[in-house]
Design a protein around this ligand. Structure first.
Ligand code: UDX
Length: 465
């Protein structure tokens, strides 16, 4: 007889498209935002470039759709982030964003999926607004840095006009009057010849925010209330939402942490054997690097500190070396009592949440900063570029949850910084303040908490579109 076709799967009422910038620190928060929206009944489609494509297997409930990125292989191999973003934007904006528009049209025409209501995109993907407008999609911007950083970028023209930028050597410690507690040296600035390129990118990124239906920032009210208020007052955006920390809002435990790299879980079993709050976690994110001399100083500073440490050394952590960085002779013997562990990539959020962790030596990328605060872990800050200096300034000055290790990277100074954080009374005070923030994070994530309200507002906005 006739076999009846199975009933169609229940339709979700609306779909949201997400388009992250293809770097770890940007992809992770975007996918966590997707998790939170999915949990509120939205279907999620992730657009992604071939470069650094996320692993679809880690989120079977999402759809993944490739977008041609047009980045020449030599540029993507160069590791020059700004160059990669520039090439990607140029290719995607070519011919009136034709390629991206075609992808969006195909996605919208897919009748097996609920209708798409809008696209949430990373502010650095400059081709999105025009392509989205051409196919009638509304746009929302996700900024993966702090609210303070958004303010600083919006103030860029003023900072140039008033002579704070480009930074002058003699004025590095001058306070920036309009952006306390920042000093000139804390501003988001690239001293390289690329600066004009970057300035253009930043300005257009702010324009993209202004022309969108809303701006989502990965932060939370109790952390950056004043900055959020100023953004509201200064940028005329219909909807400003702070549903962070997004990795905590996401209930998707299978896809915690990194979307792109394989994490070494052996470190969790190692941490299980260590006393509470005894271990310093050391990681400089997915991009920052150091030269071979500095690498040695870090290694010996850690070894000499006497404190246990878990250190992430990526294959490209040391500049000018092709293969994985070799640890110095004698290093392993110096820490062979099981006191130190070196891995290539950590499940960072699980590591920071582990009771054995007592401190985090970080480059202060925004995700790392939020993840540390969210677990009540105080920090040693060693910023390198972009927003990392201003994140450090807030960590040290505004929130009091860390100390900065600046100047020359030398083993004695490393050792002292580690001791100060891990055994000093100042370190203890920082830890207490960090624990206070951990409680505030828990509050904002409760039902009725500020971040829950923000994400509900976003979900309702999309569902009612
Ligand atoms: C980049 C910029 O450098 C940073 O300044 C900006 O704020 C965001 O984009 P990145 O340098 O990679 O990011 O740092 P960060 O923002 O801290 O993001 C790193 C992410 O990788 C974090 O979510 C962290 O949990 C994850 N990670 C890092 C791991 O999962 N394992 C590791 O071993 C190291």
């Amino acid at each position: 007889g006739n076999v009846r076709a199975p009933p169609p799967p229940p339709r979700r009422p609306r779909r949201v498209l997400l388009f992250p910038l293809p770097f770890q620190g940007h992809v992770n928060p975007m996918l966590h935002l997707g998790d939170a929206l999915h949990a509120r009944g939205l279907a999620v489609t992730v657009l992604h470039t071939r470069l650094n494509a996320p692993d679809p297997a880690r989120r079977p409930e999402f759809r993944f759709v490739p977008v041609p990125d047009g980045v020449p292989p030599d540029v993507s191999a160069s590791g020059d982030v700004l160059g990669i973003i520039g090439a990607m934007n140029a290719a995607m904006e070519a011919e009136g964003s034709a390629a991206l528009r075609a992808v969006l049209e195909a996605v919208l025409a897919d009748e097996a999926q609920p209708p798409a209501a809008c696209i949430v995109f990373d502010a650095n993907l400059l081709a999105v607004p025009a392509a989205a407008a051409a196919v009638g999609l509304r746009t929302l911007v996700l900024r993966t840095a702090s609210a303070a950083c958004v303010r600083c970028l919006a103030a860029y023209p003023m900072l140039h006009q008033k002579g704070y930028l480009p930074p002058q050597e003699s004025k590095l410690y001058m306070p920036v009057e309009d952006l306390p507690p920042l000093r000139v040296r804390d501003l988001f600035y690239s001293s390289s010849s690329n600066h004009d390129k970057m300035r253009g990118l930043l300005a257009q990124g702010i324009e993209a925010v202004k022309s969108s239906s809303g701006l989502v920032i990965n932060t939370f009210d109790a952390l950056e209330a004043a900055e959020l208020e100023r953004i509201s007052a200064e940028l005329n955006i219909p909807m400003l939402l702070a549903p962070g920390p997004l990795h905590k809002l996401s209930s998707n435990k299978n896809s915690r942490s990194s979307a792109m790299d394989d994490q070494d879980y052996s470190c969790i079993a190692w941490l299980d054997k260590m006393p509470s709050r005894s271990v310093l976690y050391v990681s400089f994110g997915s991009l920052a690097s150091m030269d071979a001399d500095e690498f040695l100083e870090v290694a010996w500073g850690l070894a000499n500190s006497g404190h246990p440490f878990l250190w992430v050394v990526r294959p490209d952590s040391v500049r000018g070396s092709d293969g994985p960085a070799g640890l110095p002779d004698g290093f392993e013997a110096a820490v062979d009592d099981g006191r130190g562990k070196v891995i290539r990539w950590a499940p960072q959020q699980e590591v920071l949440a582990h009771r054995a962790i007592g401190g985090f030596w970080t480059h202060c990328g925004w995700n790392s900063t939020l993840e540390s605060i969210g677990e009540g872990v105080p920090m040693i800050c060693r910023p390198q570029f972009a927003d990392q200096m201003m994140n450090t300034r807030y960590v040290v000055k505004t929130w009091g949850v860390g100390l900065e290790l600046d100047g020359e990277l030398e083993r004695g100074r490393v050792e002292r910084a580690v001791r100060k954080l891990m055994e000093g009374s100042e370190g203890e005070e920082m830890r207490e303040r960090a624990m206070e923030f951990k409680r505030k994070v828990a509050d904002c994530l409760k039902i009725g908490g500020s971040s829950q309200i923000a994400i509900d507002k976003l979900a309702n906005y999309i569902l009612s579109a």
